[in-house]
Ligand binder design. Structure first.
Ligand code: PHE
Length: 447
C-alpha cells in the first residue's frame, strides 16, 4: 500500500483546517442564529463553549486521526477492534454527507448571487425587489438544482487533487483572500453612521433572552463551525506528521474560526441598524437584508461582489473537508482509488441534496416542526447528530482509548503541553457532561 499522504507542513495543515472550519457556518449560520436568538447572550455563550468544548474537542479529534492514520471509521476500529465503536465513525460519515447535501445548496445560492453581483444585476432593482428576487431564485423549479450541481462539481474537482495538490493548495490560495475581503467589508460597514448601536446589540448580553434552547443553539453552532463531531478533524489529523504541535494548532484553528464568526457578525448586523432595516432571522438576513445595506452605501455594488465572492470561497474550503471525510472513508475501507471514490461520493451527496434544492420550490409544502426540508436537515445535523457524535467521541477518547495515552499523543511535537492535566479532566468529565446536559435540556425544552 502506498504511504498515506501528508500535509506539506504546519502552514498548509493549519490553513486547510481553518478553511474547513470557516465557512457558511461563520458567514450565514452564525449571524442568522445570533439574530434569531437575540444577540449578545448567544454570542457570549458561543465564545464560552468554543473555549470549553471546541478547543479540547479539536485536540481530541486531531490526536485520534494522527495516532491511527485513518479516517473516522477506521480510527475507532483501530483503537478498539472487534467492538461496535466504529459505528461512531460511521455516524460521522453519514452526518458529513448530510451536511454537505444542503450546504452545497446554500453555497449554490451564493454562487448565483456572486454572478449577479458581477454582472451588475444584483442591486439594479429597488430595495423592495430584493425579497422577491431571493424568493424567485430559491423557489425556481431548476435553478437552485443547477447551482447545487455546479458547486458540488467544483468541490469534487478540488478533492480529486488530493491532500497537497488539491485541498492544501486551494486553502493556501483562498484563505488569505477571504480574510482581506471580510476585513474590507467589515471596515466599510462599521464606519457607516449609526452602526454602533448594532454593534452593542450584537455584543451586549441580555441574560433574560437566554434559554436552554439558546444554549443548545450555541453548542450546535460550536460543533458546526469548528467542524467537530463528524470526523472531519479526525480525517485531517490522519494526514498530520508527528512533528506538528496539536494543542497549539487547535487553539489557532478554533481561535481563527471564532474570530472570523465574530467579524462576520460585525460586518453584517450593524449595517442593518445603520440603515434602519428590520432584524430578519432567516436566510433572508444574508440574501435580502444585507444586499439592501449594500444598495444604500457608496460603492455598494463593489462591496456586494466582494462579500458574496468571499462567502463562496469560505464555503468551498469547508465543502472540500466535508467531502474528504466520505472520500477518505471509501478509499481507506473499500480500497477504491481517490478519483473514483470522489466521483461516487459526490454523486451520492449531490442526489441527497436534491430535496434541499427543491425545499422552497416543488417541496415547499413539505414541513415538519415548522421547518422546510433544508432547515430540518440543518437542525437535525447540527443540533442532534453533531453533538451526539461529539459526545461519543469524547467518551471514546477519554475512557476507551484513555485520556492518558491520548495526552501522550498530544505531547508529540508539542514542546510544552502545559495544560495536559486540564485537558485530561475536561475530556473525562466536563466536556461529556456539558454536551449531555445541553443536548438533553435543549431537546426536551423543544424549540
Ligand atoms: N465548519 C464549516 C462551516 O462553518 C461546516 C463544516 C461542518 C465543515 C462540519 C466540515 C465539517 O461552515
Amino acid at each position: 500500500m502506498a504511504a498515506r499522504e501528508q500535509w506539506t507542513g504546519r502552514l498548509g495543515f493549519v490553513l486547510a483546517s481553518v478553511g474547513a472550519a470557516v465557512g457558511l457556518g461563520n458567514l450565514w449560520r452564525f449571524p442568522t442564529t445570533a439574530a434569531a436568538e437575540g444577540g449578545g447572550a448567544f454570542v457570549l455563550m458561543y465564545v464560552v463553549l468554543c473555549l470549553a468544548i471546541g478547543v479540547p474537542g479539536v485536540m481530541a479529534e486531531l490526536a485520534l486521526g494522527r495516532r491511527t492514520g485513518q479516517s473516522p471509521v477506521g480510527a475507532f476500529a483501530a483503537l478498539k477492534p472487534g467492538t461496535a465503536w466504529w459505528v461512531v465513525g460511521a455516524l460521522g460519515v453519514f452526518t458529513g454527507a448530510l451536511i454537505l447535501s444542503y450546504y452545497s445548496v446554500i453555497a449554490g445560492w451564493v454562487m448565483a448571487y456572486t454572478v449577479q453581483a458581477a454582472r451588475g444585476t444584483l442591486l439594479s432593482g429597488g430595495a423592495a425587489d430584493l425579497a422577491a428576487a431571493f424568493d424567485a431564485l430559491i423557489s425556481h423549479p431548476w435553478q437552485p438544482l443547477v447551482w447545487h450541481l455546479v458547486f458540488m462539481s467544483v468541490t469534487a474537482l478540488v478533492v480529486i487533487g488530493g491532500i497537497r495538490d488539491g485541498i492544501e493548495r486551494c486553502s493556501k490560495l483562498l484563505m488569505p483572500i477571504l480574510l482581506l475581503l471580510l476585513l474590507a467589508v467589515a471596515v466599510r460597514v462599521l464606519t457607516l453612521p449609526g452602526a454602533r448601536e448594532g454593534l452593542v446589540w450584537f455584543l451586549r448580553p441580555d441574560w433574560g433572552a437566554l434559554s436552554w434552547r439558546t444554549v443548545l443553539q450555541a453548542l450546535g453552532q460550536v460543533f458546526f463551525s469548528a467542524s467537530l463531531g463528524m470526523g472531519a478533524m479526525i480525517t485531517y489529523g490522519s494526514y498530520l506528521s508527528r512533528r506538528e504541535d496539536i494543542p497549539r494548532s487547535a487553539v489557532t484553528i478554533v481561535g481563527a474560526d471564532a474570530g472570523i464568526a465574530l467579524l462576520a457578525g460585525m460586518a453584517i448586523i450593524p449595517g442593518l441598524f445603520a440603515l434602519g432595516l428590520p432584524m430578519e432571522s432567516g436566510p433572508g438576513l444574508l440574501f435580502v437584508v444585507l444586499p439592501g445595506v449594500f444598495m444604500q452605501m457608496p460603492a455598494g455594488a463593489f462591496f456586494a461582489l466582494l462579500f458574496f465572492l468571499m462567502v463562496v470561497i469560505a464555503a468551498l474550503t469547508s465543502s472540500i473537508s466535508l467531502l474528504e471525510v466520505t472520500v477518505s472513508f471509501v478509499v481507506d475501507r473499500l480500497g477504491i482509488g481517490r478519483r473514483t471514490a470522489t466521483l461516487a461520493a459526490a454523486c451520492v451527496v449531490a442526489l441527497a441534496g436534491v430535496p434541499s434544492a427543491l425545499a422552497a420550490g416543488a417541496l415547499a409544502g413539505v414541513r415538519w416542526l415548522a421547518m422546510d426540508v433544508l432547515s430540518l436537515a440543518d437542525f437535525l445535523a447540527s443540533n442532534l447528530f453533531l453533538p451526539l457524535g461529539g459526545l461519543l467521541t469524547a467518551l471514546f477518547v477519554a475512557w476507551v482509548w484513555g485520556a492518558r495515552p491520548a495526552a501522550e499523543e498530544l505531547h508529540l511535537g508539542a514542546a510544552r503541553f502545559a495544560t495536559a492535566g486540564l485537558w485530561t479532566a475536561a475530556m473525562r468529565w466536563a466536556v461529556p457532561a456539558a454536551i449531555a446536559v445541553v443536548l438533553a435540556a435543549g431537546l426536551i425544552g423543544g424549540r
